[in-house]
Design a binder for this molecule. Structure first.
Ligand SMILES: N[C@@H](CCC(=O)N[C@@H](CS)C(=O)NCC(=O)O)C(=O)O
Length: 194
């Protein structure tokens, strides 16, 4: 049993929720409104010094943050982490890539456009360029493979689908990336989100 602190508009938080739900883990959910600054409130920072969600408090009092670390911890020993060493490394490859080359463009542009309501003219064009490059990279992989790592759904797919399935809210129309669109549907089906 653990408590997941999160905001349901955050793909990073949903990644962790989806892993827990998929694996049938027992947990409680505490809403943290990031737009209102609740992740920077003193009581939250006392528990979670990184000041971000998702964050988890376990029943023994230990705490952990960072979406991909949380997914990997909750999924430890399950089929969401490939048993084969190479496939496991591939999963990690895509999770590290997601945090550096995908989320900082696609999630950030979505936040600025959809949640802050910024007009396109006020959004850094580099986010569009970087987001397109990320989707192109995914398209190339998914033209040959059904999943990001190994032979089935893994934490890599869950990590990457979180912001890809809502990329249109950030101005990235997935019609341009048909293999990505097909994969999103596949992952949504596997997680029961569709
Ligand atoms: N690298 C972190 C990013 C977490 C993150 O950016 N969280 C955002 C919500 S998506 C947040 O808590 N923002 C509020 C803030 O920084 O005050 C992860 O993957 O968990």
């Amino acid at each position: 049993m653990f408590t997941l602190f999160g905001d349901k508009v955050s793909g990073n938080c949903l990644k962790v929720k989806w892993v827990a739900d998929h694996l049938g883990l027992a947990y409680g959910w505490v809403d943290v409104d990031v737009v209102k600054g609740e992740a920077k409130a003193p009581d939250f920072l006392a528990k979670f010094p990184m000041g971000q969600v998702p964050a988890v408090e376990f029943s023994d009092g230990r705490s952990l943050a960072q979406s991909n670390a949380l997914m990997l911890h909750l999924a430890d020993g399950s089929a969401l982490i490939p048993a084969d060493g190479f496939a496991r490394a591939e999963m990690l490859q895509w999770l590290f890539w997601e945090q550096y080359s995908h989320e900082p463009a696609i999630a950030v542009r979505r936040f600025q456009k959809f949640y802050l309501g910024k007009p396109d003219s006020e959004i850094d064009p580099a986010l569009t360029t970087k987001g397109h490059a990320a989707l192109n990279q995914m398209e190339q992989h998914l033209a040959k493979r059904d999943w990001f790592a190994g032979a089935g759904l893994s934490c890599a797919d869950i990590g990457l689908v979180a912001y890809t399935r809502v990329a249109h809210e950030g101005g990235f129309d997935l019609a341009e990336w048909p293999a990505v669109r097909g994969w999103v549907a596949r992952v949504e089906g596997a997680l029961g989100l569709a």
